[in-house]
Each structure stands twice: as C-alpha cells, then as structure tokens.
Design a protein around this ligand. Structure first.
Ligand code: NAD
Length: 397
C-alpha cells in the first residue's frame, strides 16, 4: 500500500522559486520529499529563464520540465496526463509574486502550497480565498512553526484545559541580520525584503511578525478583536520597518503582544512564545524546539520533551519521526505541514471535498488572517498606535 493511500503513487511536486542563490525553495523540496510521499519533477525555479533551466540539475529535475516561467509551466504540465503532471506546486518566491502565481495554479486545478505572507495585499488575500473556495483545490500556507511537535503539544494542552482560561500571551521573533543595510550591497534576500514594491506594506512585520502572530493564533485559538502597533525603521535610509511591537486585545478579554526585530545584535531566529493561563503557563523557543516548559505555582517547573511519555498528546506524537534526544527541527516541522496537506490532496484526488475551515495545515483563511494583521498593524502605526479592528470574517479558531 502506498503512503498516499487510495492514490497509490507518489505525488508530483512542482517548485516555483528556489533557483540558484535562493533560500527557502530548497527547504520546501527537502521537506515535501522527507517522507517519500512526493517527488520533485518540475519547476520554474527563477524569475530568470536561463537560471531556472540551470537550476534543474541541482534538484535532479529533467531539463525538459525546467520551465522559463510559471505560465509556460502550467501550459506544458496541463498537456501531461494525470499521474505524470504536477499534483501540486510550492511557491517560494518573493511576496509580490505569490498572488498571480497562486491564482494561476488554482485556476488550473493544481493544488498549491504557498509561503508566507500569503499575498502582497489584504485585497489579494481575500480574492485568493474566494478562488480557492471556487476551484476546490487544496491550498496550504507554510507557517511551518505550527509543525513542531511541541508546538502541537502546546496547542493540545490549551485545548485540553491544562492551562485554564488563557489570559495573556507574548510572542517574539527577534533577528539581527539587518542591523546594517545589507540591501545596499545587493544581498538577494535583504534586497526584496526591504523594498516596498516587493515585500508589501511592512518589512520586518510582514516577514517575521506574521509567524509570531500565527503562532499565537495557532496555540491559543484566541480570536483577535483589536490591535495597537508601533513600527520603526531604525536603519537610516531603509524603506520599511525593521522593528515593531503590537499589543493585541482578544475576544473574552485576553491580552497579547507580538514583538519583531531584525536589528538586535547577535540574534538569529529567536521565535518564542509564552502563554499565561489561570492554571498554568507555557514557554517554547524555536531555537530549542525539542523542549516545552510548563509552569504552575508551587510545583516544580516541568520540561516536556518529545519522549513519548504519557503526557505527550497524540497530535504531538504523530508529528515526531525520531526517538527523543535525536534533535528534530526546521526540516521536520516544515515536513509536517506537507504531511497534512498531502492527506488533503489525496482526499481531493479521491473526490472528497476539502474545506479551509477545519484543515490541520495552515490554510488560505490563516493567510487572510496574516495579511489582515500586517495591514492593520501598519494602519495603527501610521495613526500613532491607535487601536484598530483586528477581527475578520475569514478568521478561524
Ligand atoms: P529568495 O530571494 O532567496 O528566493 C526567491 C526565488 O524566487 C529566487 O530563486 C527567484 O529567482 C525566484 N523567483 C522570483 N520571481 C519568480 C517568478 N516569477 N517565477 C519563478 N521564480 C521566481 O527568497 P526566500 O528568502 O527564499 O523567500 C521566498 C519566500 O519564502 C518569501 O515569500 C518569504 O517570505 C518566504 N520565506 C518563508 C520562510 C519560512 O520559514 N516559512 C523562510 C524564508 C522565506
């Protein structure tokens, strides 16, 4: 029996982006194929057609299926029979290109895994949500931190009531790599991330605060109501924010903060979160992802690991591949988002409708949520930190 159940074969993956000199496309290719449920067979790897073709051999992709553009790719792939053509594509290109690429593949009936932030604007995100609903494709968004076993453990502990009522949450994503204006030297990743025409309305907040916010929403399931935000550009001459803090109010009275920085000396990818409930508190750090702290007044601090002890909940256990003590991290968590998306892709292939309301993987509604967060944070900051609405009809629990 194939790992893809009733489908009986490996899923065919296409990659958009990931060309030579790029970052996250390679991670997608490894994560998607980690469990042998997919194989990379085609790609439009670069905005430069020659570089796209030159990148094919890096992935072991046949030169005939390395395309000069994503439009050329759609045209050629649709001529191939089902089973040979791509079943899904992963979009790992700069933010301003996500919407047209995702739209084109969805409308061709091809499932999409897209990197964050989902689109360039909130209006595009809302339109994409309608397109996904109309076309019925599976659409997954790689908020990959939701894939960590101990993040899933944290979410389940909240759901099971171990923390009591959630009253406060603090989430951070702290980096230091843009302490200087790397973009001036043409550093590829810095270049488009600091360009408002490619990154979007926000810099640091669009790039990494969205992950921190998504983690808050994923673990606590709190529904946002209002936000007050201050964004700053500390590096002179930079065009977008490189630091910011948002204060969040949630339905039911809970409070939260999201702080993101790209200018903190020595900090790498310090994404971390603390959740305070009436019965207990949780703390998790992505730079030490195999530990979760659970504290209760008057009791020893508990460090949860992926050990498989009876305290480990089924969603957390299912997300682990190795015995505890063998570290699992970024690739495996990324792969867990793919595993959940693959289950849905196989279901759809068998004619079972998939919904964006109850998916295990971050979906198009989470993408709308993230874009709404970015736009409202920018709007609040422009009004001196005024409180603005943060509820949205697409918001899921
Ligand atoms: P990058 O600049 O390193 O790579 C982008 C790639 O996309 C390049 O190969 C470029 O040539 C290609 N590209 C651009 N336009 C294209 C087009 N129209 N068709 C085909 N290819 C095209 O960027 P990156 O750091 O890898 O980031 C890419 C995306 O992934 C961004 O949206 C970013 O926010 C997101 N990202 C997510 C994570 C995560 O943890 N989930 C981490 C890093 C980046």
């Amino acid at each position: 029996m194939s790992l893809n159940g009733s489908l009986g074969r490996t899923l065919n993956m296409g990659l958009i982006g990931g060309g030579q000199g790029s970052f996250i496309g390679k991670v997608h290719s490894v994560a998607a194929c980690l469990d042998n449920r997919a194989a990379l067979v085609a790609g439009a790897f670069s905005s430069d057609p020659a570089r796209s073709k030159a990148s094919a051999s890096d992935y072991g992709v046949d030169a005939s299926r390395a395309y000069g553009s994503y439009l050329e790719m759609i045209e050629a792939e649709l001529k191939l029979p089902l089973g040979k053509r791509v079943d899904f594509v992963s979009i790992a290109t700069p933010n301003h290109t996500h919407f047209p690429i995702a739209k084109a593949f969805c409308e061709s009936g091809i499932n999409v895994v897209c990197d964050k932030p989902m689109t360039f604007t909130l209006a595009e995100a809302e339109e994409l949500r309608e397109i996904v609903a109309r076309t019925g494709v599976v659409f997954a968004l790689t908020h990959n931190y939701t894939g960590y076993p101990l993040v899933r453990q944290a979410r389940q502990m909240v759901l099971d009531g171990l923390l009591g009522e959630i009253q406060a949450v603090r989430s951070f994503y702290i980096q230091g790599w843009l302490r200087t204006r790397l973009e001036e030297g043409g550093q590829k990743q810095a270049d488009w991330r600091t360009d408002p025409k490619k990154s979007g309305a926000a810099g640091c907040f669009g790039d990494i605060a969205t992950h921190a916010y998504n983690l808050v929403r994923y673990i606590t399931r709190l529904k946002p109501s209002e936000v007050s935000c201050s964004l700053k550009t500390f590096e002179p001459g930079r065009k977008l924010d490189d630091y910011g803090t948002a204060i969040l109010k949630f339905e039911g009275g809970a409070l939260g903060t999201v702080t993101a920085s790209q200018i903190s000396h020595g900090r790498e990818n310090d994404l971390w979160i603390e959740v305070d409930g009436t019965l207990g508190a949780l703390e998790w750090h992505q730079e030490e992802p195999n530990k979760l702290l659970f504290r209760r007044n008057g009791q020893p601090h508990a460090i949860y690991t992926r050990s498989g002890g009876s305290y480990i909940t089924p969603p957390s256990a299912a997300a682990s591949r190795l015995p505890a003590g063998h570290p699992e991290a970024f690739f495996e968590a990324f792969a867990n988002v793919y595993v959940d998306a693959f289950d849905a892709i196989v279901k759809r292939a068998a004619g079972v409708p998939v919904s964006d309301q109850d998916s295990a993987y971050p979906n198009v509604a989470d993408g709308v949520d993230g874009m709404h967060f970015i736009e409202q944070c920018v709007g609040s900051s422009q009004k001196g930190g005024a409180w603005v609405n943060l509820s949205h009809s697409a918001c899921r629990s």
